[in-house]
Design a protein around this ligand. Structure first.
Ligand SMILES: [Zn+2]
Length: 260
């Protein structure tokens, strides 16, 4: 059954029950409210989670014929390392694992057995993995919950390498609030980018440390890489690649075997 709307929140309960019974995949976006340097809004990772989930689900539904429903986006995540910067709102790790497990467990209890989890923030990943493991181990019925691997997703990495082969390097580590996120926001919500503040920060390290770091130990402004190299066209290309990669990720999950 193809849902009338891909948005969970737009259905009454009896429709959600029918959609679950028909075997649809739920796409669950998890964001984060955290600083993104002086040029980007603190909801950047909420938007990344939501747009990646909705665009990916649209590709999965329209191109691959997968029945999907996108759950509401979680606005809070695991960002204690950004707390020295105003505007960041984080959960503690233990709380986050519990929250992830409780949200996913409700989706499973309503009869959905395949969930594609999409994060808008790399720092959420360890907490998401633990929460997912908890639900999979404790569920009465077999379930398939998959976590999209972000930059490590093979399909995304391959397509991005190809599309960015002639794009010059940022010259320093671009792990957060750098060219990529600034370009993505320029393409999607240009009115929220403060272009005059998109400058290359002086970083205190040359590579990502092996030790667990706080953002202010690496960057004074909270930005990385070179946000001044951001470009709306790059951002658009990135969103397109992401939508295709997430669409395929949802399709792979849809095709996995599941015992009755
Ligand atoms: Zn971000």
């Amino acid at each position: 059954m193809k849902p009338k709307s891909i948005h969970w929140g737009e259905h009454p309960w009896d429709e959600i029950k029918q959609i679950a019974e028909s075997g649809a995949v739920v796409v669950a976006p998890f964001g984060s409210t955290e600083q993104h340097g002086p040029m980007l809004p603190v909801d950047t990772d909420i938007r990344i989670a939501e747009k990646s989930a909705v665009d990916g689900a649209t590709v999965a539904a329209e191109k691959h014929g997968v029945p999907v429903l996108v759950a509401p986006t979680m606005p809070f995540g695991l960002a204690p390392h950004h707390m020295k910067f105003a505007g960041t709102i984080t959960l503690q790790p233990e709380t986050y694992v519990t929250l992830v497990a409780e949200v996913l467990s409700c989706i499973v209890q309503h009869g959905f057995r395949r969930i594609a989890v999409i994060s808008g923030h790399g720092g959420n990943m360890p907490g998401l993995q633990l929460g997912i493991k908890k639900v999979v181990c404790q569920s009465a019925n077999p379930v398939r919950i998959a976590l999209y691997q972000g930059w490590q997703d093979a399909e995304f990495a391959r397509r991005r390498r190809e599309a960015f082969k002639d794009v010059p390097s940022e010259g320093q580590i671009g792990i957060h609030a750098a060219r990529s996120e600034t370009s993505g926001t320029l393409a999607d919500r240009p009115h929220l980018v403060r272009k005059e503040k998109a400058v290359k920060p002086t970083l205190k390290v040359e590579k990502v440390p092996e030790w667990s770091w706080l953002t202010d130990e690496l960057s004074e402004t909270g930005a990385f890489g070179d946000p001044s190299m951001a470009d709306a066209d790059l951002g658009r290309t990135q969103w397109e690649i992401k939508a295709e990669a997430v669409g395929l990720f949802i399709k792979r999950l849809w095709e996995t075997d599941l015992p009755d």
